[in-house]
Design a protein around this ligand. Structure first.
Ligand SMILES: C[S@@+](CC[C@H](N)C(=O)[O-])C[C@H]1O[C@@H](n2cnc3c(N)ncnc32)[C@H](O)[C@@H]1O
Length: 309
C-alpha cells in the first residue's frame, strides 16, 4: 500500500528557493509532488517547472494526480543527469533547484520495494528498476569484508563484523531474499535496546550502496551549481549526516576562491567562488512540524545562491 509523503520544511524551502517568480525551477526529487505543488503556488504563469524523479512510480503518480497551473514537465531520470535533462528541455540555465534527498513515504511504505524492516517484502531497495543490483543480489554475493565495509561506511554500525559473519553463515543454508530474513539476522546479533537503531543503520547502509547515493549526490550538486543562473538558488534537504557532510563541504568549497592546501605558497587551483551560502547553520524543523510528521525529525536544509560571473 502506497501512502502519500508529507513534505518537510515547505515554507523554508520556498523562502530560500524562489528569487524570481517568473523563473525556471527544477525539483530533482519530485516524490509525490508536495514541494512541487507548493512551489507552483509561489510562481507566476510565466514560470516553467521541471520535476525529476529516478523512480518511475513517483513520476507516474504525479502525472496522474498533480494539477499544476504553469507549464511544466515530469521526467524520469537520476538527478546525476540534471544537465542533460535541462538541456534537452531547452534550458541552458535555471533559477532554482531543489533536492529533497532520500526516500518518500510512498516508496518506504510499499513493502514490495523492500526498503523497510518493519514489513516483510523482497530485498530490493532500488530507487529505479534500471539499477542492476538489488539488495538481495548484494547480500547473497558480497564477501564478508565487502559487507563490513558497506555497513561501516554507510551505516556507521558497530556490530558490522558480527552481522556480516552471520549473513555469510545463513546464506550458506538458504538465500536471503526478504527483509524479514535480514531483520531476523540483525535481531539475533544486536541486544534488545539497540536493535531498532542497528536495523535502521544496516537497511540505510544497503540502500545507500545499492543506489550509489553519495556519489550521485556529488554529481548532482556539481551539475546544479553549473546550471544555476546568477542569483539562482539551490536548496538541499538531507536526512543523515553522511549526506549533510557532503552538502556542507561542497557549499564551503564553492563559496571560496582558492581551495589549495594551506601549505601551498601560491594558489595553483585557480578556483573561483561560485556560491554564496545562505544558511551558515542548517535549518531544522520546529517541534510542531516534528510532532505532526516524525519523518521530519532528521531533516536539515541548506541553501546557497549562485554568484554572478
Ligand atoms: C524525500 S522524497 C521527495 C519527496 C518530495 N519532495 C515530496 O514533496 O513529495 C525523495 C525522492 O527522491 C527520489 N530520488 C532519490 N534519489 C534520486 C536521484 N538520485 N535522482 C532522482 N530522484 C531521486 C526518490 O525516488 C524519492 O521519490
Amino acid at each position: 500500500m502506497n501512502t502519500l509523503h508529507i513534505p518537510v520544511l515547505v515554507k523554508q524551502t520556498i523562502a530560500f528557493l524562489v528569487s524570481k517568480p517568473s523563473g525556471i525551477y527544477v525539483d530533482c526529487t519530485l516524490g509525490t509532488g508536495g514541494h512541487f505543488r507548493a512551489l507552483s503556488q509561489h510562481l507566476d504563469r510565466e514560470s516553467y517547472m521541471i520535476g525529476i524523479d529516478a523512480d518511475p512510480q513517483a513520476v507516474q503518480h504525479c502525472t496522474e494526480h498533480l494539477s499544476i497551473s504553469q507549464p511544466h514537465q515530469f521526467i524520469t531520470s537520476n538527478f546525476a543527469d540534471l544537465k542533460r535533462v535541462c538541456y534537452r528541455a531547452g534550458f541552458q540555465s535555471v533559477d532554482g533547484i531543489l533536492m529533497d534527498l532520500g526516500l518518500s513515504s510512498f516508496a518506504l511504505d510499499n513493502s514490495a520495494r523492500g526498503f523497510t524492516y518493519s514489513q516483510n517484502g523482497p530485498l530490493d531497495m532500488r530507487f529505479a528498476p534500471n539499477i542492476s543490483q538489488t539488495a538481495a543480489d548484494f547480500i547473497n554475493t558480497a564477501s564478508q569484508s565487502e559487507l563490513v565495509q558497506v555497513f561501516r561506511e554507510y551505516g556507521e554500525e558497530r556490530h558490522s563484523q558480527k552481522i556480516a559473519r552471520r549473513i555469510i553463515e545463513e546464506r550458506a543454508k538458504n538465500a536471503i531474499d526478504t527483509t524479514d530474513q535480514l531483520a531476523a539476522i540483525i535481531k539475533a546479533i544486536v541486544p534488545g535496546e539497540f536493535r531498532t537503531k542497528s536495523l535502521s543503520r544496516i537497511f540505510q547502509a544497503i540502500r545507500i550502496y545499492i543506489n550509489n547515493e553519495l556519489e550521485v549526490l556529488r554529481e548532482g550538486l556539481s551539475a546544479a551549481v553549473t546550471l544555476l543562473a546568477p542569483s539562482g538558488r539551490l536548496v538541499i534537504i538531507s536526512y543523515h549526516s553522511l549526506e549533510d557532510r557532503i552538502v556542507k563541504q561542497y557549499f564551503k568549497n564553492e563559496a571560496r576562491d582558492c581551495t589549495c592546501p594551506p601549505e601551498f605558497p601560491v594558489c595553483q587551483c585557480h578556483h573561483r567562488a561560485r556560491l554564496k551560502i545562505l544558511t551558515h547553520r542548517p535549518i531544522l524543523p520546529d517541534k510542531f512540524e516534528i510532532e505532526d510528521n516524525s519523518r521530519a525529525r532528521s531533516a536539515k536544509l541548506r541553501a546557497a545562491e549562485k554568484l554572478p560571473g
